[in-house]
Design a protein around this ligand. Structure first.
Ligand code: NAP
Length: 441
C-alpha cells in the first residue's frame, strides 16, 4: 500500500462508457485531485477484452491489458475500480482485489446485490474500503446518503424511479401515446436500451438496485430475488390516457417499506402515481429516489441515473474519498460508516409476499357493450371484499359491440383482487382483462 505522500496507483477494470469517463477524469484532472485530496493519483492500468478497440480517451501504450493478473497480482496497485458489469467474472475479481488488501470502488449493482454483504465483510476484515455509489441511481448520491448522512434515521420507506430506460419508454407512451413496442425500439435506437432489454423492461435491473438501497436503508440484506418484479410490457397507450383522466401518471416504481412487524415489503412494478407528486414529474431517462425517515421526514433526490458524466461523478467521488483517507491517516484509512449489513451479512430481511399487499387498484377490461355488465362485475368484486372507487366506460366500438371499462378500487388485499379478477375474466360478458395496475397514493 502506498505510504503517505506518495502517488496513489489506480487500476481500472473496464474502459467502456463509465470506465472511459473515469479514465478521462483521472488523467485530465490530476491537479484538481491533488488539490482536493492532497495526493497525486496515477492511472496504472486498465483491463479490457479487446485492446485493439478505439477508445475515448485513448490511453498511452502499455496501459491496456487483457490479463486481470496484471492488476490483481500487482502489489503497487492501491485502488481497483471495477466498471465491467455482470456478476462473473467481476465479482471474483473484486473478491481477490479486496483479499489482496486493495481498496475497491465498483459501479456494479449485480455484484453488490448478489455479493455485497460478503464482500463488505471481507473488506472490513482486510481494513480496506469497498465503495459503490454508482451501483444505484447513477449520478444521484443516494448510496452515500443512506450509508452516512441519513444513518441517524429509522428509514421507513424508499420509493424510487431507478431505471432510466423504462422511465424513458413510459414517458414516450404517456406524451405521444406511442405503443410499447415502438417506444422500446426508439429507446434502443437512441442508445438508452440494450439490444436485449429484458433486465430493464422486466424490472430486474431495478430489483438489483432496490436490493442495494433497501439493504443499506434497513440494515439487513434484501436478496434481489425476494423482490416482487413486474415489467412494463403490458401497458398500453390507453392506460396512460385513462390514468391521466383520473389524475395519475404511470411510472415503474421500486418500493421498499419497513413494516411494523419487522419485515420488509419490496417490489418493482408499474404504478399509478398522483400527478401532483414529485415522482410523477420525473421524465425521460431521469431517476429519483424518495426516502422517508423518522428524523429527516421525506427527502427526494432527483438527477441523472445513468450516462458517462453522471456515473463518473459517482465513481470518482468514491475514488477521491479513498484517496483523501489515504492522505489523512497514519495507519489504514478510516472505513466509512458501514451499516450492520456490512459487518457479517446479518440475517436476511423477511420479505412479505405480494399477495398480502394492501393497495388501491386500477383495472381495465374489454366488455360487451350491454346493460347489466357492470352489475355482474361489481357483484364479484363485492363478494371479494373489494370496494369500487370509480368507474369509467370508454371507447365504445359499435363494430365489435364492446367497450373499455376502467375501474379503480379502494385499498384491498392483493390476493383478493387477483382472485376476483380471475372470476371476472370468466364472465361471458368480459372479452378480456387487459391490465391491473397498483395505485400508489
Ligand atoms: N453506463 C451507465 O450509464 C452506467 C450507470 C451506472 C452504473 N453503470 C454500471 O457500470 C458498469 C459498466 O457499465 P458500462 O456502461 O461502462 O459498460 P460497457 O460500456 O459495456 O463497458 C464495459 C467494459 O468492461 C470491459 N469488460 C467487460 N467484460 C470484461 C471481461 N470479462 N474482461 C475484461 N474486460 C471486460 C469491456 O471491455 P471492451 O471495451 O474491450 O469490450 C468494456 O471496456 C456496469 O456495472 C453498469 O451497470 C453503468
Amino acid at each position: 500500500m502506498a505510504p503517505r505522500n506518495t502517488t496513489v496507483n489506480i487500476s481500472l477494470m473496464g474502459l467502456g462508457t463509465v470506465g472511459g469517463g473515469v479514465a478521462a477524469a483521472l488523467m485530465g484532472n490530476a491537479d484538481a485531485i491533488k488539490r482536493k485530496t492532497g495526493r497525486t493519483v496515477r492511472l496504472k492500468q486498465a483491463l479490457v477484452r479487446d485492446v485493439s478497440r478505439p477508445r475515448d480517451p485513448s490511453l498511452p501504450a502499455g496501459l491496456l491489458t487483457t490479463n486481470p493478473e496484471d492488476i490483481l497480482s500487482d502489489p503497487d496497485v492501491d485502488i481497483v475500480v471495477e466498471m465491467m458489469g455482470g456478476d462473473s467474472p467481476a465479482g471474483s475479481y473484486l473478491e481477490r482485489a479486496i483479499a489482496a488488501g486493495k481498496h475497491v470502488v465498483t459501479a456494479n449493482k449485480e455484484v453488490m446485490s448478489r455479493r455485497g454483504p460478503s464482500l463488505l465483510a471481507l473488506a472490513q476484515e482486510k481494513r480496506v474500503n469497498l465503495l459503490f455509489e454508482a451501483s444505484a441511481g447513477g449520478g444521484i448520491p443516494i448510496v452515500g446518503c443512506l450509508m452516512s448522512q441519513l444513518l441517524a434515521n429509522d428509514i421507513r420507506s424508499i420509493r424510487s424511479i431507478i431505471n432510466g430506460t423504462t422511465n424513458y419508454i413510459l414517458t414516450r407512451m404517456a406524451r405521444q401515446q406511442t405503443p410499447f413496442a415502438d417506444a422500446l425500439a426508439e429507446a434502443q435506437a437512441r442508445g438508452y436500451a440494450e439490444s436485449d432489454p429484458t433486465n430493464d423492461i422486466e424490472g430486474i435491473d431495478a430489483a438489483y438496485k432496490l436490493s442495494v438501497l433497501g439493504s443499506l436503508a434497513f440494515h439487513r440484506p434484501i436478496p434481489h430475488d425476494s423482490i416482487y418484479t413486474e415489467g412494463i410490457s403490458r401497458l398500453a397507450p390507453e392506460d396512460f390516457r385513462y390514468a391521466a383522466e383520473l389524475g395519475y401518471a404511470i411510472k415503474s416504481l421500486a418500493i421498499a417499506v419497513a413494516e411494523d412487524d419487522g419485515a420488509v415489503r419490496a417490489r418493482v412494478h408499474p404504478a399509478l402515481v398522483p400527478e401532483d407528486h414529485l415522482l410523477a414529474k420525473v421524465d425521460g431517462v431521469y431517476n429519483a429516489v424518495e426516502v422517508t425517515g423518522d428524523l429527516c421526514g421525506q427527502i427526494i433526490l432527483h438527477g441523472q441515473g445513468a450516462g458517462r458524466e453522471a456515473t463518473t461523478s459517482a465513481v470518482m467521488g468514491d475514488v477521491l474519498n479513498i484517496v483523501r483517507g489515504l492522505a489523512n491517516s497514519e495507519g489504514p484509512p478510516p472505513l466509512p460508516d458501514t451499516p450492520s449489513v456490512a459487518s457479517n451479512g446479518g440475517p436476511l430481511a423477511p420479505v412479505h409476499p405480494i399477495d398480502e399487499l394492501s393497495s388501491a387498484y386500477y383495472m381495465r377490461l374489454t366488455c360487451a357493450d350491454q346493460a347489466g355488465v357492470l352489475a355482474q362485475i361489481a357483484q364479484i368484486l363485492g363478494d371479494g371484499n373489494i370496494s369500487i372507487a370509480t368507474v369509467i366506460q370508454k371507447d365504445t366500438d359499435p363494430g365489435s359491440g364492446t367497450a373499455q371499462l376502467v375501474i379503480t378500487t379502494y385499498p384491498s388485499r392483493e390476493a383478493d383482487v387477483q382472485t376476483a379478477l380471475r372470476a371476472v375474466g370468466e364472465l361471458s360478458v368480459v372479452v378480456s382483462v387487459n391490465n391491473l395496475i397498483r395505485i400508489e397514493e
